[in-house]
Ligand binder design. Structure first.
Ligand SMILES: *Cc1c(COP(=O)(O)O)cnc(C)c1O
Length: 473
């Protein structure tokens, strides 16, 4: 495609994106396609001859849009907010258009240095000290895996360079709360610790924070049993209920055992932009690494996850490579992000966050986050007042966990009722919420914070929840 042809098509595509965002609120939130429907609407064989751009655009409308559950919809209350702010989209378009190749500082100096700058801007916005240095990964799962790999090498003095974990005389152990994200057990497995060496520390009730006494007991028992604690992953904002582990106490206990502390703040990290919410993160400075996803609530296009460490050499010691074809005279005086993580070639990810922060400004972003917190508190109030409704976990940020418990309904019938009204809400197309298990019992999470969601949309969802729950009861 030549630049002039691109210019025309891209103008049409930008118009299409803007129109999509204007009308997305009229579409059903949850995709109604059945498995295989999208694939069967497309030719099985690739085209030999070029097709017209209008056909490409038409298929976006015909096949792709109906095949998406719309998280940019004001009725999106499922999972977590996954805002792709249009300001960030502009940065992503620039990144694709530049087509820069991040292999080394020399291959795209601006790619490396803008990443350093936006990581530092985000650090400042979060009120974190200048001891932290950041990089952008695709997601929190990757950041947590990298943290556990670095922890493994740190506590063994670099086992991977020799016999690896197989040569260790004591098994290494990892700790997280029973409510930690599934990416933590996955990372422990992938980093070679073994599932038998992962301790799921119980949580307190009703707050669902990691029980620090239980953590300490588990650490002591493992040391007594001839094992070596390597890492504690603390969660700031759990997936089910947005609960916060007590970071200061976790760091204090872990440091006595020489264990690396990684903080998973994937969803809730955005709240650090609000000074009044920072007490939830009290003690985070004592951690060794932390991650949070601006691609969730904040508004950066997906695959913008911030990963901070205090000592980048802990990463470089494990992950540095030095192939001859990437050497340059600048090595040694510049950051080589390939040595901070798994991939070699990287995209110009920083442009998405740069676009968001520059074109929205921190003040407007903070105002939007505060709007969402106020909407969550307002919904919590309505649910608490309503007959037969319960708020089943403390509302720490923007997630409201509820259950409808009509008189006389309990046990399996209540479980079935919860899933039934949740599914009815989702089928309605008006809103999309998530059913999740809490201590073995179903509840429904209302995760507020889609960029276009105003109070009227929350109110509309709440009315629908009540109607469907009454119908199903
Ligand atoms: C979303 C989330 C994750 C997973 O993040 P990815 O970027 O999808 O890998 C991990 N932990 C918590 C607490 C989360 O909210």
């Amino acid at each position: 495609m030549e630049p002039e042809e691109f210019r025309q098509a891209a103008h049409a595509l930008v118009d299409w994106v803007a129109d999509f965002r204007l009308r997305v609120g009229e579409l059903p939130v949850r995709s109604r396609v059945v498995p295989g429907e999208v694939a069967s609407a497309l030719p099985a064989a690739p085209p030999e001859a070029p097709e017209d751009f209008t056909a490409f655009l038409a298929d976006l409308d015909r096949v792709i849009v109906p095949g998406i559950t719309h998280v940019q919809h004001p009725g999106h209350f499922a999972w977590f907010p996954a805002n792709a702010s249009l300001a960030s989209v502009l940065g992503d378009i620039a990144a694709a258009g530049l087509g820069a190749l991040g292999l080394s500082w020399q291959s795209a100096p601006a790619l490396t240095e803008l990443e350093q700058v936006v990581c530092d801007w985000a650090r400042q916005l979060c009120g974190l000290s200048d001891r932290w240095q950041g990089t952008i990964t695709d997601g929190a799962s990757t950041a947590t895996l990298v943290a556990l790999l670095a922890a493994r090498e740190k506590v063994t003095g670099g086992s991977g360079r020799a016999g690896g974990l197989q040569a260790e005389d004591r098994p290494l152990t990892v700790y997280c709360s029973a409510d930690a994200h599934s990416s933590v057990p996955k990372a422990a497995l992938l980093a070679g610790y073994g599932s038998d060496n992962l301790r799921l520390v119980p949580v307190t009730r009703p707050g669902r924070a990691m029980d620090v006494q239980a953590l300490e007991a588990a650490l002591a028992a493992d040391v007594a049993g001839g094992r070596r604690p390597a890492a504690v992953v603390a969660t700031a904002g759990t997936t089910a209920t947005t609960a916060f582990d007590p970071l200061a106490e976790v760091c204090e206990v872990a440091s006595r055992y020489g264990a690396w502390v990684h903080v998973d703040a994937a969803m809730a990290g955005s709240a650090m932009l609000l000074p009044e919410q920072r007490p939830l993160f009290e003690g985070i400075e004592g951690a060794w690494s932390l991650c949070w996803n601006p691609h969730k609530w904040l508004g950066s296009v997906l695959e913008t996850s911030l990963f901070y460490v205090k000592h980048p050499e802990d990463l470089v010691n494990v992950m540095a490579t030095d192939p001859s074809y990437l050497r340059s005279a600048r090595d040694g005086s510049v950051v080589q992000y390939r040595d901070w993580g798994l991939p070699l070639g990287r995209r110009f990810r920083a442009l998405r966050l740069w676009g968001l922060l520059r074109l929205e400004g921190a003040e407007a972003i903070r105002a939007r986050l505060r709007r969402d917190l106020a909407n969550a508190r307002r919904l919590e109030g309505l649910v608490r007042e309503a007959a037969d409704w319960e708020v089943v976990a403390p509302v720490s940020l923007q997630t409201v966990c509820v259950r409808h418990v009509p008189a006389g309904l309990a046990g399996p019938a209540l479980e079935q009722h919860t899933q039934a009204w949740c599914e009815a809400v989702n089928l309605s197309g008006v809103g999309h919420v998530t059913a999740a298990l809490l201590d073995g019992s179903w509840m429904v999470r209302v995760s507020i914070g889609a960029e276009p969601t105003q109070w009227e949309h929350v109110e509309r969802l709440w009315r629908r929840m009540q109607e469907e729950a009454a119908r199903e009861a």
